[in-house]
Design a protein around this ligand. Structure first.
Ligand SMILES: C=C(O[C@@H]1C=C(C(=O)O)C=C[C@H]1O)C(=O)O
Length: 371
């Protein structure tokens, strides 16, 4: 399928107010789209369907699925998409909401100092005008962020979201579970690696330990990689990878509930930090810091070709796979306004002013591709 036809199909879908998602997973040049045939809103409670899931931060609210059986699917491979790309609009740093955010962060630090919490992730949103078609924004996101899951998701009954997230919530292929601990943020500097301080290393370690503990009921021993520095757009983060095998009887929903929301987007302990967010942030995160991705898709795996028993090699085993990304570096577009969502982890050593600056840096990830 040609690039023009691929995107024409999506544009028509959008004009006809029908649900769709177009996305590309990190480090590959494959773009997939799912076009739902009607505008039914399908919710999922137990995550047992096959489809593409879009889940809010608060799992007490319904997650939405574009069911595989109700969608047309197209795939397309390309390095760089054609999109008009005149001068980058460098919007001046926006100080609106600074006072409110600083007060919120100070409240968080206070709660941590009085031992109510160990870490809490606090966020806000910024609004920017958009005049452009969302498909063009998606194209620019794809061209700009190769290390991210970039997507544009639309449902006429739930809204339009776009993002470029660096963070895998988890993926599960057959029984193999992979999850990632990502935390710590510094502004990217082309002249060298960042100097991480105790604060950031500790923050990331909290996330790693917590994830390992959360999955321990469902898995055998977990293999944890060394901490590495990764780049996500104009930022550095600390990352490690956790790999394990889940027991056969484990349901996907149990893994979701064990891992979502992670301390990287909510805090620690989970229930207390989540309550702090719901009580104090003063706005609804909706799908920001929720998760999205392929749900229970079947794939076939050929048996090891080095095996002696050649007859058995004729088999290929059909397994299910899911891969979910945390909805970060994202925005919601409504009535020519983009709502950009940004947050950061607060711990005992946090400084409110620095946390404010961190959210400003994060806003640039999405902000710089808007025209
Ligand atoms: C909450 C966000 O990011 C999360 C918080 C981070 C931090 O506190 O340093 C880093 C990566 C993300 O896990 C966001 O980008 O909005």
């Amino acid at each position: 399928m040609s690039e023009d036809i691929f995107f024409q199909n999506i544009e028509e879908q959008y004009t006809n107010k029908l649900p769709f998602v177009v996305y590309s997973r990190p480090i590959n040049s494959v773009i997939k789209c799912w076009l739902q045939v009607d505008d039914t809103l399908y919710n999922t409670n137990n995550f047992s369907e096959s489809g593409f899931v879009f889940s809010p931060f608060d799992l007490n609210r319904p997650a939405i699925v574009l069911p595989q059986s109700e969608c047309k699917h197209h795939i397309f491979e390309v390095e760089t998409l054609q999109v008009e790309d005149d001068e980058e609009t460098r919007l001046p740093a926006n100080s609106e909401g600074k006072e409110t955010h600083i007060k919120l962060v100070e409240k968080g630090i206070e709660a941590i100092k009085s031992n109510k919490l160990e870490k809490v992730v606090l966020s806000r949103f910024e609004e920017r005008p958009v005049t452009e078609n969302p498909i063009s924004i998606f194209k620019r996101l794809f061209n700009t962020y190769k290390n991210a899951m970039v997507y544009c998701w639309y449902h006429p009954k739930a809204g339009l979201w776009l993002g470029a997230t660096p963070e895998l919530l988890f993926k599960i292929e057959g029984q193999q579970l992979t999850t990632i601990s990502l935390a710590g943020t510094k502004a990217y500097n082309p002249n060298g690696q960042p100097n991480w301080t105790e604060k950031e290393l500790k923050e990331q370690q909290i996330v790693t330990d917590y994830l390992a503990q959360q999955i321990s009921d469902y898995t055998d021993t977990t293999n944890i990689s060394e901490v590495e520095t990764i780049r996500a757009g104009n930022l550095w983060h600390l990352k490690s990878r956790l790999i394990s095998r889940v027991s056969k009887k484990t349901e996907l929903k149990s893994i979701i509930e064990a891992l979502h929301p992670t301390p990287a987007v909510c805090g620690f302990p989970k229930e207390d930090s989540k309550q702090f967010i719901l009580d104090h942030e003063n706005y609804n995160r909706e799908f920001y810091t929720g998760f999205l991705g392929e749900l229970n898709l079947q794939f076939s795996k050929t048996r090891n070709p080095n095996r002696r028993n050649v007859e058995n090699n004729a088999y290929s085993i059909v397994k299910k796979q899911s891969n979910f990304y945390v909805n970060l570096r994202c925005m919601q577009v409504k009535d020519n306004l983009a709502k950009i969502y940004i947050g950061g982890g607060i711990t005992k050593g946090s400084v409110a002013e620095t946390e404010w600056e961190e959210t400003q840096n994060k806003a640039k990830t999405i902000g710089r591709i808007l025209r």
